[in-house]
Ligand binder design. Structure first.
Ligand SMILES: Nc1ncnc2c1ncn2[C@@H]1O[C@H](COP(=O)(O)OP(=O)(O)OP(=O)(O)O)[C@@H](O)[C@H]1O
Length: 262
């Protein structure tokens, strides 16, 4: 059984460029909150495909559905309609216990507020998901991750003894510890100053380039989005545009245009 979902080849031309491998995809994803006058359509038949080994940024005005999309893609929130696939598993068809296991084994999370356990050391935080799952880390992997996040000399510190940027780098290492298929990062630099934010973004870029990690990041920040391979733009619960090879200037320009049309 293949781990990855691949779109069916469209035409068997020998010279055709290979389709990118897709790690996560959503089709016709719908999510509505509230009823009657309070009804809000947060996602309106969204189709997205997250490519393997890329950093994908999700951008859009406040309320455009970024967090809802990420939560539905990651199985943290249930959609009202449509499908979400992670690899070859349709997560919208899973029972709660199956979904919990899939999230634990195949998905990593990085949150704006770090969400580290304050009483545990940095190292204990990093290995916590593996410990909870009763899994032994792959030999050498945790060391590689710790080297990548540059925290070898801080492993015995508790989160309260680390800077915000260091805490977020611990959170990144925790997300990578189980070698997940995909990492979802929700405003990972939202609580950091620009220097610490740049370190975290450099780290995420390095995880993509060196480990082939697939990462999806929700952000408001055009500079953060410029680290991505591809930016998806949401407006009113729909994907309205995408940009490959973004620069901060082009992303800012696109966001201004979106604001102007609201
Ligand atoms: N639990 C909820 N109950 C009711 N409405 C909700 C809930 N969560 C989100 N919404 C609404 O759904 C829409 C999309 O919200 P979402 O948080 O996904 O947007 P966002 O693009 O992430 O916004 P922001 O950038 O401000 O975080 C918004 O109109 C929001 O008010």
């Amino acid at each position: 059984m293949t781990e990855e979902w691949r779109p069916a080849p469209s035409a068997p031309e020998p010279a055709a460029v290979a389709e990118p491998v897709v790690v996560a995809r959503a089709t016709a994803l719908c999510k509505t909150y509230g009823v009657g006058e309070a009804r809000v359509v947060a996602l309106d038949r969204v189709d997205v495909a997250i490519r393997a080994g890329e950093l994908t940024a999700i951008m859009g005005p406040s309320g455009s559905g970024k967090s809802t999309l990420m939560h539905c893609l990651a199985g943290l929130d249930a959609a009202d309609g449509g499908e979400v696939w992670i690899g070859d598993t349709e997560i919208t068809a899973l029972r709660d216990d199956e979904l919990t296991r899939l999230r634990r084994d195949r998905i990593g999370f990085v949150f704006q507020a770090f969400n580290l356990v304050p009483t545990l050391t940095a190292l204990e935080n990093i290995t916590l998901p593996l410990d909870i799952a009763g899994r032994t880390p792959e030999p050498g992997w945790i060391t590689r991750v710790i080297d990548a996040v540059g925290l070898s000399d801080r492993l015995r510190h508790r989160p309260g003894e680390l800077s915000g940027g260091q805490q977020q780098r611990v959170a990144c290492a925790r997300a990578l510890a189980a070698r997940p298929r995909i990492v979802f990062a929700d405003e990972p630099t939202g609580n950091l100053d620009s220097r610490a934010g740049a370190e975290v973004l450099d780290l995420m870029r390095q995880c993509v380039d060196s480990f082939g990690q697939t990462i999806v990041m929700v952000t408001h920040d055009p500079v953060a989005a410029s680290y991505a391979d591809r930016v998806l733009f949401l407006a009113d619960g729909r994907v309205v545009d995408e940009m490959t090879g973004p620069t901060a200037e082009r992303v800012l320009e696109r966001m201004k245009r979106a604001e102007g049309t609201r």
